[in-house]
Design a protein around this ligand. Structure first.
Ligand SMILES: [Fe+2]
Ligand SMILES: [Fe+2]
Length: 313
């Protein structure tokens, strides 16, 4: 579990990363890019990313680490110099978009500048999330954590207004929808690879759609804890459970559809295994019910684990 101040920095990065991906998408459209969306994304990157997030680091977090003993020539110096470059690129991108707005001519360098800025910022975020922030924890006590979070919120209120983080997070999510829908990480992976991916994990998955019909299960040709065969596809889920548990199935699904339940779990001794069975509501970004995922998992091997294993055998 991360302390609040660290979650804040990491969540800031998530907002910036989403804006970066959406900006890249716009830059690929050349002079067909959507001007209001592009301007709004650049505003997010400048107003939230630079004036709030980077300043949380420059004015509060980095000086604090140095004061607590982190050597000034170390990662902090590198992060500071990358912030300077980020600012330069943002200014360049903003002025190119201003030229486009005034003349209808998008400077040729725009797409390239977006790529260079993105590479720099993605790497920067990776270095902070994976190296600097974990390293920084060694210099920060539990009391410092509360001080840092408090200082972050004060800076947020001073720069982008109280509740600014949530406002920009909501804005980026709405720009994502306006840009053509939620970022689809699966779009570039063939369905056959996705199927193999779902078959590779030691968990039995099935999916029941919003009309209660079974639409998918993994490990079709593999041995499973609970037998499933292809003829189950298209059947009502109520017809796939023993009569004595149908009332439970109906209750879970009704509560998920009503929005009063997101998951349900059971565990049983079954033959020589200890089986964990869980159900998760699948919803779209507006919270509409799209179906239910069932996960069946023999957790006996995990319950038997002791100590730690950190090396590959
Ligand atoms: Fe940074
Ligand atoms: Fe950062």
């Amino acid at each position: 579990m991360n302390p609040d101040y660290l979650n804040q920095l990491i969540n800031d990065h998530a907002v910036i990363e989403k804006a970066l991906i959406l900006l890249e998408k716009q830059s690929e459209l050349g002079d067909k890019l959507n001007l209001p969306i592009t301007k709004a994304l650049l505003d997010v990157i400048w107003e939230f990313g630079e004036q709030c997030h980077n300043q949380r680091e420059e004015k509060i977090y980095f000086p604090f680490l140095l004061e607590k003993g982190m050597p000034p020539q170390g990662p902090v110096a590198m992060m500071l110099s990358e912030h300077v470059s980020e600012r330069e690129y943002i200014m360049q991108m903003k002025s190119m978009i201003e030229i486009f707005e005034a003349t209808d001519d998008l400077p040729e360098k725009f797409k390239n500048t977006v790529i260079v800025y993105m590479d720099l910022t993605k790497n920067h975020i990776w270095k902070e999330n994976d190296i600097l922030y974990p390293m920084g924890r060694n210099f920060i006590t539990a009391q410092d954590e509360a001080y840092l979070m408090d200082a972050f919120l004060k800076l947020e209120a001073e720069t982008i207004g109280q509740g600014g983080f949530l406002r920009y997070q909501t804005l980026v999510n709405s720009l994502e929808i306006q840009s053509g829908g939620k970022i689809d990480l699966l779009a570039s992976i063939p369905t056959s690879v996705i199927a193999n991916m779902l078959d590779s994990i030691p968990v039995e998955l099935s999916f029941v759609d919003a009309d209660d019909r079974v639409r998918y299960f993994n490990k079709v040709d593999q041995e499973k804890i609970f037998t499933r065969s292809l003829s189950v596809i298209g059947r009502l889920v109520q017809q796939c459970h023993p009569q004595k548990s149908v009332h439970l199935v109906n209750q879970i699904i009704a509560e998920m559809k009503a929005g009063s339940r997101d998951s349900a779990e059971f565990w049983i001794n079954f033959q020589n295994t200890f089986v964990h069975i869980s159900y998760y509501a699948v919803r779209d970004s507006e919270g509409n019910y799209q179906g239910c995922t069932e996960m069946v998992h023999n957790v006996k091997p995990y319950r038997d684990l002791e100590g730690e294993k950190r090396l590959l055998e």
